[in-house]
Design a protein around this ligand. Structure first.
Ligand code: PMP
Length: 295
């Protein structure tokens, strides 16, 4: 993730990533109490643009607030620092990782020692370009009554890691996790949509991370005249779907081939998700969504 000359922003300083250090007694390291973001920048016709920086940093502020972490940076400051980070590292199409972590403290209470790290690197689409074979996970997403599920909390990702590891061990590409009621929630690092009879379905907010890509898909669907319905549904309903896809900053829009060995009817190229994936690429690079050839 970093090279010899990679710079990171840490607590007001620009440091070489290879020289930055952390305290071994940091609370985030021991208990997972920290918050983070995953953001992408793209080379566009108007120079390098951080896609939806405001939405990402507002979510970071929300995540910090509900976890009782004092994040004393504004959305504007964080956005400016992000552009500086990209410039200092000569990055265009990059993945940006802001991490807010807590310093030395072994008590079960957030410490006032709050650290802010901004790092970035070049990263291809997280799940690649192949259509994914999913398995319904034996792990549920954390119950929203056990944590702030709409916050991007470091510790929540142990659940994601367990689910992905299980899926891979069983020979699948990725997991699909259910909520505490047995309805489909989301992937380990992405939101889920399926297509049935030319309508898109995704679960409502409440038991999932409120994805910024998910919201972008709502906007693009409206522009393309695609209907999207938010409702709860089970894996059995997904088995009857025509197509499905994941949405997320790291995965972008990733086509899904099958769930639990049941292949979807439509070829990815003939699905609404495919059109949305083209529209998304054009949107993040600020090109016209109708001009698919440009991608
Ligand atoms: N759900 C989870 C659990 C995630 O980790 C992510 C990635 N941040 C998403 C959904 C998608 O969110 P976004 O589109 O904002 O990247």
């Amino acid at each position: 993730y970093y090279k010899e000359n990679t710079q990171v922003f840490l607590d007001g300083n620009w440091l070489l990533a290879s020289e930055a250090t952390t305290n071994l007694y940091a609370q985030t390291l021991h208990y997972g109490n920290g918050v983070f973001e995953g953001i992408r920048s793209y080379k566009t016709e108007d120079g390098v643009q951080v896609f939806k920086a405001k939405e990402h940093y507002e979510r970071l502020k929300y995540s910090a607030e509900v976890m009782h972490i004092d994040l004393n940076y504004s959305v504007d400051e964080l956005t400016k620092l992000t552009y500086e980070l990209l410039e200092r590292n000569n990055l265009e199409n990059a993945y940006i990782r802001p991490l807010v972590y807590l310093g030395e403290n072994m008590a079960l209470q957030p410490t006032k020692e709050v650290h802010v790290l901004l790092a970035a690197w070049e990263w291809g689409r997280y799940l690649g370009d192949k259509q994914l074979d999913l398995i319904t996970s034996s792990y549920q997403r954390p119950n929203p009554k056990s944590s702030h599920i709409q916050a991007k909390v470091v510790g929540h990702y142990t659940n994601s890691i367990l689910a992905t590891t299980e899926a891979k061990q069983k020979g699948f590409d990725e997991a699909l996790l259910l909520d505490m009621n047995g309805n489909v929630a989301e992937g380990p690092g992405a939101n889920f949509f399926y297509e049935k009879d030319e309508v898109l379905y995704t679960c409502p907010l409440g038991n999932i991370l409120s994805g910024i890509t998910r919201q972008t898909v709502f906007e693009l669907a409206e522009e393309l005249g695609f209907e999207v319905i938010e409702k709860f549904f089970t894996p059995e309903e997904v088995y009857k779907a025509d197509a499905a896809f994941f949405t997320g900053t790291a995965v972008e829009i990733a086509g899904i081939n099958s769930l639990d060995g049941r292949k979807f009817k439509l070829k990815w190229e003939d699905s609404m998700g495919y059109d949305l994936s083209k529209a998304y690429k054009n949107r993040v690079t600020k090109r016209e969504y109708k001009n698919f050839e440009l991608v």
